[in-house]
Ligand binder design. Structure first.
Ligand code: NI
Length: 145
């Protein structure tokens, strides 16, 4: 495994709409392992591929229940609202309150390229929305209260 440099705010790649993944190749599976390692090293709970300089729709998350990767994640349903503090590994030192949906339903492909559907609330729901925003070039500071 390898640690990857994390791209910081000001870099154009963080503002691009990332490309969908067509195939979960061996290379991408290895990349996901490196992203998880990088996320842990930086004390984060989520990381999106544009943050390591790759404009592809890949995110990794671990909110304390073990790491997982999602390819081409999409929010299919969102309900309620919740305000809480967020930070981002690409925006060091900044924390802000951000209003998000309280509950989300996300569809994606897993590492075996199988479709999955995830219902989330609490920190996981927040983290999914934050990371999926990264794939559309959106940062939490854009939505800060
Ligand atoms: Ni972030």
């Amino acid at each position: 495994m390898a640690l990857l440099p994390i791209v910081k705010v000001g870099d154009d790649i963080l503002r691009q709409v990332a490309k969908p993944v067509e195939k979960v190749t061996k290379k991408r599976k290895k990349l996901v392992k490196d992203m998880i390692e990088t996320m842990y090293e930086a004390d984060g709970v989520g990381l999106a591929a544009p943050q390591i300089g790759l404009s592809e729709r890949i995110i990794v998350i671990d909110v304390g229940e073990g790491p997982f990767a999602l390819f081409n994640p999409e929010i299919k349903d969102a309900k309620g609202s919740a305000i809480d503090v967020e930070g981002c590994l690409s925006v060091p030192g900044e924390k802000s309150y951000v209003k998000r949906a309280a509950n989300v339903v996300v569809e994606a492909l897993n590492e075996d390229e199988k479709p999955l559907r995830l219902e989330a609330d609490g920190l996981l729901a927040r983290c999914l929305q934050h990371e999926i925003d990264h794939l559309d070039g959106i940062l939490f500071i854009d939505k800060a209260e």
